[in-house]
Design a protein around this ligand. Sequence first.
Ligand code: FAD
Length: 275
Amino acid sequence: MARRFVAGEGLDEALGAARVCNDHGMLVSLDYLGENVASTADAQHARDAYLEVFEKIAEQRLHANVSCKLTALGMDLSTEFCEGLVHSIVERAAATDNFLRVDMEGSAYTERTIELVKRVRSQSPAIGTVIQAYLYRSEQDVQDLLAYGCRIRLCKGAYKESADVAFEKKADVDANYVRLMQLLLPSGFYHGIATHDPRMIGATIRCAAENKISKDDFEFQMLYGVRVDLQRRLVRDGYRVRVYIPYGNDWFPYFMRRLAERPANVGFFIRNFFR
Ligand SMILES: Cc1cc2nc3c(=O)[nH]c(=O)nc-3n(C[C@H](O)[C@H](O)[C@H](O)COP(=O)(O)OP(=O)(O)OC[C@H]3O[C@@H](n4cnc5c(N)ncnc54)[C@H](O)[C@@H]3O)c2cc1C
């Protein structure tokens, strides 16, 4: 059942899914799943997996970049250690003319993620990160990262957060999403607008038209297995669409977030389980 959202456990399955997306005119971001590793050996193993995926993308001439989580690279163990691994991955990204996107995790990691990305970004442009519209702090973070010329993926946010740090009502998150998108699009840098929400997509298309921003100067991003109809429609309309393709053994937390963000998915899961 997780297969709806996860390409498979092995890299070959993920590369196959990426090829299919490319054949449909879509770009890809490959994510080797993993988070909150408990040992430096596990973090180094994740680093090796990311190095390998950049090699394969180059070898197979895929239109794909890579997404990673800092807690998969040992952020819980030591920021310095984690940063060293990120450096080596970004070096490989730059050497293969590619790009590493650092996903944003729960709010306990926001500050450390942004600071680490800024430090690495000051040495190589081949890294960017993610901003979550549900956090109150995000507008400040957007301004901060733009000052570094950092490419940003804007999403709503997928973790359970308290009202101390995040908007609770969907309407407030959506309003902030539109506000942040309106800061990103005219900024002159290439950003990713990650959402399946037709209202956010409509607002982005209007903002681009009003500011005469070309369809090639930003991209929509969506998750593997979610609103494939919409992904293909946007491609037909001439927009750039990137599909986030997760793979690997450690799929359970990712799968649970996909169930949690949409109650209908739990019904789908239960029906299929009993079938
Ligand atoms: C490319 C990409 C990368 C992301 N990276 C991060 C990240 O680094 N950190 C982070 O916190 N979050 C990340 N997210 C998740 C994001 O924060 C949201 O939780 C998720 O995208 C749902 O929000 P939405 O914008 O689609 O809007 P919503 O209002 O939640 O959903 C709009 C519509 O989209 C469809 N939809 C949304 N989610 C699902 C689902 N799981 N299953 C089926 N249909 C669905 C439904 O039709 C729904 O009505 C990412 C999302 C994308 C697309």
